[in-house]
Design a protein around this ligand. Structure first.
Ligand SMILES: [Zn+2]
Length: 266
């Protein structure tokens, strides 16, 4: 059965990964803009990155029958310099009309700092003004609960419909609040940090499948581009129906992403 990986950083992955994903049933992906592992030295670095996301990667993915989509933003890790971040934000509208761009993301918080929050609010304002879907990154470990609440409060201060926002990297202690406030929630499947496929299966058994999806968030660090099919196998081994497995790994991403009017699967 086909699946969608709605959060994976393919600029950091090899072509072999595309091939293995296609063999495992991947038909579409979405790639949020993120931190490259180093700070870019100029706003022009983001222009080149956005060209890679909107032009180069879709062609690379298409070779393997995978439809590639992306999200644009400046990530929270590079938002500490507010002037620099504003320069980058001013570039984003030039790319939003590209056919594979689904919205603004992954925006959010990293260390929950004041400047990160300022830039988060300005990117939410951009999404509101241009009626864009939003994909949200939440902080790691001890900063996660506080950061998730700060982000949800910031979104509630806009007129953005929570049904058009996906809050990613939820874990056991944040998933309920995210869903109860009307947002969509994403579980990131990592080999050891964040959710493992086993923890994600536990969360699905406790919280159900409404407005919930799974993704690999594969990037340049320790991560697994096949995490979504591995979680499907975990669910199947626990006796869950094919319908539940498809809901979490195909139907839910399709429903949320289709709100953009630009998402497609082959
Ligand atoms: Zn990411």
């Amino acid at each position: 059965m086909p699946y969608i990986d709605p959060h994976i950083h393919m600029v950091s992955r090899t072509t072999d990964d595309y091939q293995r994903m296609a063999q495992a049933g991947c038909v579409a992906i979405t790639e949020p803009a993120f931190w490259a592992g180093f700070d870019r030295s100029s706003a022009q670095g983001f222009v080149d990155y956005y060209r890679q996301l909107t032009d180069t990667e879709p062609k690379r993915a298409a070779t393997y029958g995978i439809n590639h989509h992306c999200w644009l933003c400046i990530n929270p890790k590079e938002a500490e310099d507010v002037g620099f971040a504003r320069e980058v934000i001013s570039i984003i509208p030039d790319f939003l009309d590209c056919e594979n761009v689904l919205g603004i993301g992954e925006i959010g918080l990293n260390k929950n700092s004041k400047n990160e929050l300022i830039i988060l609010e300005e990117q939410l304002a951009l999404a509101q003004r241009l009626d864009q879907l939003v994909l949200v990154h939440t902080p790691h470990l001890e900063d996660k609960l506080k950061g998730t609440n700060l982000i949800m409060d910031a979104i509630d201060n806009t007129s953005i419909d929570p049904g058009r926002v996906l809050i990613d990297h939820v874990e056991e202690h944040t998933v309920r609040a995210v869903l109860d406030r009307g947002f969509w929630a994403g579980m990131t499947l990592y080999p050891d940090s964040k959710c493992t496929p086993q923890r994600a299966a536990d969360i699905i058994e406790i919280h159900g499948t409404d407005r919930l999806w799974i993704n690999s968030a594969g990037d340049w660090g320790p991560s697994d581009p096949l995490a979504v099919p591995k979680c499907r196998v975990e669910l199947a081994s626990r006796g869950h129906s094919q319908a539940i497995i498809n809901t979490i790994s195909y139907d839910n991403p399709l429903s949320f992403l289709s709100q953009s009017g630009k998402f497609s699967v082959k």
